[in-house]
Design a protein. Structure first.
Length: 340
């Protein structure tokens, strides 16, 4: 485990980059490298890939940890009030401004501000935003006193900034300023091997939140999840896991669309049923072969460990670095007995 991930666990951060895909490990290393700097970081990737997690990790691993972390959903704030929300306003600046109010940049002083979906920022305030990106002071709406803050800026987008510039919705100078450092998150469909780790992560945290005992997922269910397209990426996977844990119904975990049908070997029992016989495959699929190899290796390791501990199952669970209940389930699943 990397020092950065040990730090996240030690400080109680539940949101983290989960996976062993080389691109995810590279992002994790880059986050650690950039955390202590003031460079503006642009996080790119499709919706639901975890851009907000990268922003929080940049804050959490930096000397600013413990200071404010302010998230701004740029397209979620009406253009008419976005400027006052970001930069604040003075009393009497407009109708209804009965008292002065600091903006999000002031609230994030000494901490981090996360500008989500930055490409959707209203064009009318991009000039003022550029001032802040350049480190210059700004004024509240209706104010006359320049305000300077020490705020780390992290931004995110799920579209190309170059395309936004070409459409005229984003100033080119801002696009250059935002990309001092760019971090890209791949879609989940490009790292399906990480799904078992992600499921385990969501399962553990959701069970903890629901105050229910943790139980590992059936490997067959996880294998089916790896056949889904996941247009909503990690956010969609988390939602599926949560619905399944809350209801216990597999249909909430596995949508029919996108799941490849399982082809089984046709046998004599299929005759006379009126159902079409499915063609038998001469060889198992690669996924099936890997699953069988994993099962055989796991079974042998458990048997060897149990013999080593003289069938002390609690000691075996400790040596195998797994929970006692998980070990018992595997012993039952593989029908491991003392006669083995």
């Amino acid at each position: 485990m990397s020092a950065s991930r040990e730090h996240d666990i030690r400080c109680g951060l539940h949101e983290k980059l989960v996976g062993l895909d080389p691109r995810i490990l590279e992002v994790d290393a880059t986050v650690t490298q950039l955390a202590g700097s003031k460079l503006t970081v642009l996080v790119t990737g499709e919706t639901g890939t975890g851009k907000d997690i990268v922003a929080r990790l940049l804050h959490h691993r930096s000397p600013r940890y413990g200071m404010p972390f302010i998230k701004v959903n740029c397209p979620g704030i009406p253009e008419s009030i976005l400027e006052s929300e970001l930069f604040g306003y003075e009393r009497g600046a407009f109708t209804g401004a009965h008292t002065a109010k600091p903006g999000r940049f002031e609230l994030a002083n000494t901490g981090t501000i996360f500008l989500d979906e930055i490409s959707e920022t209203a064009h009318s305030i991009q000039g003022k935003l550029l001032q802040v990106l350049d480190g210059d002071p700004f004024m509240r709406v209706g104010g006359t006193v320049p305000i300077r803050t020490d705020t780390r800026i992290v931004a995110a987008t799920n579209v190309s900034l170059d395309d936004a510039v070409a459409r005229g919705t984003l100033r080119e100078d801002i696009s250059f300023r935002l990309r001092e450092v760019e971090v890209h998150l791949p879609p989940l469909r490009e790292r399906l091997d990480d799904i078992p780790l992600l499921v385990e992560h969501f399962n553990y945290n959701i069970c903890k939140g629901l105050q229910r005992p943790y139980e590992e997922f059936d490997p067959a269910l996880v294998a089916k999840l790896q056949e889904l397209p996941f247009p909503g990426n990690i956010r969609e996977l988390a939602a599926r896991v949560k619905k399944y844990l809350a209801t216990g119904q597999e249909e909430h975990l596995l949508a029919a669309e996108g799941v490849a049908p399982v082809v089984v070997e046709a046998g004599p029992s299929a005759a006379g049923t009126g159902k079409p016989r499915e063609e038998a495959r001469p060889f198992p699929t690669l996924k099936e072969a890997v699953a069988r190899a994993v099962e055989e290796t796991e079974r042998k390791l458990i048997e060897d460990t149990l013999r080593h501990t003289l069938w002390n199952r609690r000691k075996a669970a400790e040596l195998l670095d797994t929970s006692y209940s998980s070990l018992l389930r595997r012993i039952d699943m593989y029908q491991i007995g003392k006669s083995s």
